[in-house]
Design a protein around this ligand. Sequence first.
Ligand SMILES: CC(C)(COP(=O)(O)OP(=O)(O)OC[C@H]1O[C@@H](n2cnc3c(N)ncnc32)[C@H](O)[C@@H]1OP(=O)(O)O)[C@@H](O)C(=O)NCCC(=O)NCCS
Length: 169
Amino acid sequence: MSAVEPLHHVIREPVPGDARALEVAERECFPDPWPGHLILAEIHACGRFQRVAVSPDGDLMAYVLGVWQYLDLHILKIATCPPHRRRGLASELLRLAEAHAAESGGETVTLEVRTSNRPAIAMYRSLGYVVRGIRRCYYGDGEDALIMTRTVGRGSGGPRTGILKGEDR
Ligand SMILES: CC(C)(COP(=O)(O)OP(=O)(O)OC[C@H]1O[C@@H](n2cnc3c(N)ncnc32)[C@H](O)[C@@H]1OP(=O)(O)O)[C@@H](O)C(=O)NCCC(=O)NCCS
């Protein structure tokens, strides 16, 4: 029998009241965290795909923030708070983003990842993302980024239901 507690969580769209918890999580998860005002602006922005995973008590566990760039859903942020890692949360959020992209008529989901970020690269590879290029000195500290992409919708044989709508979030 596994000693790991079953994972109970709810996935929903973020609301402005989540900005503070997202700001704290950013500082826990990234060397270059987004400030609160940027997170709040993202939550209010159009043309986004955003989800948070929260515990039954309402505590933030993981999140994904994406923005449409024509037929590509570009992942701006994906993170799982340290106590909840290796439980499949980030994979679940990325799968939701891919399903949303395909259902909305998108063709790809794309993201940048630090070349040193082995856990994230391992996750993206396990989910079928492939390296499409490199952005030199992409990060403020000079580190390069790998550009990783997964084809969804038409390119992968999935649904292609219509043009993107302005209300897609
Ligand atoms: C990368 C990150 C989002 C993964 O979140 P997670 O919820 O733990 O990921 P999952 O549980 O869905 O992991 C899925 C698979 O990815 C791989 N993986 C995830 N973390 C890993 C690690 N530390 N080492 C090796 N492989 C790892 C494994 O293949 C894993 O499957 P497994 O647990 O069955 O072996 C999380 O470590 C994180 O928030 N890191 C800091 C923020 C960050 O780097 N975000 C990505 C920016 S591009």
